[in-house]
Design a binder for this molecule. Sequence first.
Ligand code: KG4
Ligand code: ZN
Length: 387
Amino acid sequence: MKILGIDTSCDETSIAIVSAKGDFANPEFEILSNIISSQIKIHQEWGGVFPALAKREHQKNLAPVLLDALKTAQILKEEKNIISSEQEEEIRKILQREQSLADDLLAIFANYSKPDLDLIAITTAPGLEPCLWVGINFAKALSYFWDIKLTPINHIESHLLANYLNTQKLEIKYPAISLIVSGGHTQIVLINNVKDYKIIGRTLDDAAGECFDKVARILDLGYPGGPIIEKISQEYNQNKYHISLPRPMLKNKNYDFSFSGLKTAVLYEFKKQSQELQQDLDYKKELAIEAQNAIIDVLIKKTIWAAQEYQAKTIILGGGVTASNILKQRMLDAINQQIPGVIMIAPDLILSTDNAAMVAATGFFHKSEVFPYWGNDKFVAKSRVDI
Ligand code: KG4
Ligand code: ZN
């Protein structure tokens, strides 16, 4: 089957087409297209995602990204269609808050034939609500006009299932422990079998990626913080200032996290210095690297503890922060030393951060949970929701 995935949960407008076959235990996926239109440049100025701006960008980007995704997957066919006045009215009703997007979509419906697709998978939660709503309404309009089934997708689950799309296929053996870390979420999930999830730990305040972004903002290093700090740490190898930050939440042997205190510790450490030191790039780099080490140490320790307690056979990583090679390498070293034999699975780089291919793949696992586009209670944007 061919699945169209859509994700507008944060600052990437992404649409993908994935072909899927097999059963849930042994699915076979092929990414036919995975278009990601990033808004990083727009949000750089704010040092973080500005929801109203992000929403406007999604409204602008969705139609061209859709055409690109269909074309790349070679299922875009030009064909003139007549749209009835009732159809136009319904599309405008679905997209009542996004009339320019309705115009763009009506132009697509008028000029291209219905593509060969079996399912539309749309991220409904968690994420920035105004952004999610644009994607949801867009997906509803597609489902209505093309008469294609629609399924709601949890963004956190899709970060986890992104691993099924990796080029190197590794078998997941259960029980598995998953660490999902991104700009919006930090969770440790026990997976006893396909789709059988139990959250055993979560952040009590900021997410790990959010902490990277805030630290980079305090130090004026740019946005997003995670990849910038990782690059700094790969290029800089001095230790002139011997900075030491706390490793939060390691005293209690549970799986919860708290990163807002760490961010505050960075702020105090920075503010107490002289103007001169605050301008010293080497000092800022060492502070950022120590913050990275603190975040990564805590993530790894708690994941290994969980794997030990639940006798996990696999550790699965997911989310934007797992784009970090430093995190992946240190996690692998810790596994080899402390729990040898456990397999680590991490998403390919392009599948770590937000993308719609992971949403389409998740759609495969929920292909029987389809709802009509007017089933409003199923397609509600929610900022916070569990896997
Ligand atoms: O999964 P994602 O694209 O979006 C959300 O669902 O939040 O994750 C984005 C987050 C950002 O906070 C970014 O700083 C972080 O992932 N990130 C990284 C790296 N690449 C992205 N954090 C640490 N190291 C990286 N290389
Ligand atoms: Zn994400």
